[in-house]
Ligand binder design. Structure first.
Ligand code: HCA
Ligand code: CU
Length: 367
């Protein structure tokens, strides 16, 4: 499989998450890390939203990234001009063409909407911008209409065409099937944007790639409107470990990227989140601890170090005999009153949790 393009939209879609609003310097820090990780395109925001969004987008575009920059825009001349004004290399023009979008978002007829899209793409090309055109709510738009608007946008000069599953209603098989159909016509320029309303964003993004999409949108921890989109960590690691893609991505940075996101915003990250979650590599049941002490791969799909994480052992009522093993290895202590992390021989850390197998967050903070 060729290496898919990763388009990060933490700064644009990500700020549509209920708890997230970036200060400009935080946005610039995150973008620097994403660039070092190796994403291909970074959405720098929607400059027309506010003066702050404009300034942040401009600062990002001037920060000398290796990744290319993309500014988000409605299909209007002003928005396209703003993308050029902040110095982005790409403009991401989006518009929906299903009846719902025409009646309740754009308030215009299909003919008028199509010609606005055509005009916007043409004016972007006149500004020398590369253009990604996104069909918003494509997954609830009859396929012939998606094909119609993609054909029109492409003829007007769009360089990439993105299929947005705006409310996350695709399944992996329907996404793969649609991408196969679309890639017959637009195979070399097709992207997908997958929302997570049914918890299928990662699966759908991967299915889109299987079906022929050359790029997908991601964000750190999948943050975005409502339940967000496909998380960068899940997409990049799945492609690497499950699909055998050999990419340049710096996977050990994934944990750092999540930490950097959480540092600057009041955002409650899920402890159970795959890959970057607090408990992604925690072993608790006795059988698990016993086996993982000898051979961590018994209960781990890959070594946590691959993504910059580390293994944890939780000693509790559930652990049974292995607590003794942990104790012998580095005297974990018998008290259940406080955290006593110890290094274990296989490179993990152990800590006591209380008799109910639960440890107050503050006490495990050192882990
Ligand atoms: C939005 C909608 C969008 C656009 C995606 C894109 C979607 O929040 O404006 O422009 O590529 O999900 O359709 O995020
Ligand atoms: Cu979206």
């Amino acid at each position: 499989m060729r290496i898919p393009f990763l388009i990060d939209t933490t700064i644009r879609e990500g700020q549509q998450h209920g708890q997230v609003s970036f200060k400009p310097e935080h946005a610039i820090q995150l973008v620097g890390l994403l660039d070092a990780f190796g994403v291909d395109i970074i959405e720098v925001g929607h400059p027309m939203i506010s003066e702050q969004d404009w300034q942040t987008a401009m600062a990002i575009c001037r920060s000398g990234l290796t990744a290319q920059t993309l500014a988000h825009a409605r299909a209007t001349h002003e928005d396209v001009e703003a993308a050029a004004g902040v110095g982005a290399q790409w403009v991401g023009i989006f518009a929906g063409v299903n009846d719902l979008s025409l009646q309740h978002k754009l308030h215009r007829s299909r003919t008028v909407a199509l010609s606005a899209i055509q005009e916007a793409v043409r004016s972007a090309k006149a500004f020398d911008l590369q253009v990604r055109f996104t069909c918003e709510d494509a997954s609830r738009t009859p396929l012939p209409r998606v094909i119609e608007v993609f054909t029109l946008a492409r003829a007007a000069g769009a360089d990439r065409l993105s299929y947005a599953d705006t409310v996350g209603v695709m399944t992996p098989s329907s996404m793969c099937r649609v991408m196969r159909q679309l890639s017959r016509r637009f195979g070399d320029v097709l992207h997908a944007h997958c929302h997570n309303d049914f918890g299928l964003a990662t699966a759908n993004a991967l299915a889109a790639i299987e079906g022929g999409a050359i790029g997908v949108d991601v964000s750190i921890e999948g943050i975005g409107e409502r339940c967000g989109i496909a998380p960068l960590a899940e997409v990049a690691l799945s492609l690497t470990r499950l699909y055998g893609v050999k990419a340049h991505w710096k996977l050990p940075m994934l944990t750092k990227l999540s930490a950097a996101l959480r540092d600057g915003v009041v955002y409650q990250a899920l402890d159970t989140r795959p890959i970057v979650g607090r408990y992604a590599y925690a072993h608790k049941a006795g059988l698990h601890i016993a086996a993982a002490l000898q051979a961590p791969e018994a209960y781990e799909p890959y070594p946590p170090e691959l993504v910059g994480q580390r293994r944890r052992f939780l000693a509790s009522r559930l652990a049974g005999k292995p607590v003794g093993v942990l104790r012998r290895q580095r005297s974990i202590g018998s008290s259940t009153s406080g955290p006593q992390p110890v290094k274990t021989r296989c490179g993990g850390r152990a800590t006591m949790v209380d008799g109910n197998g639960y440890h107050p967050r503050r006490r495990t903070a050192r882990l």
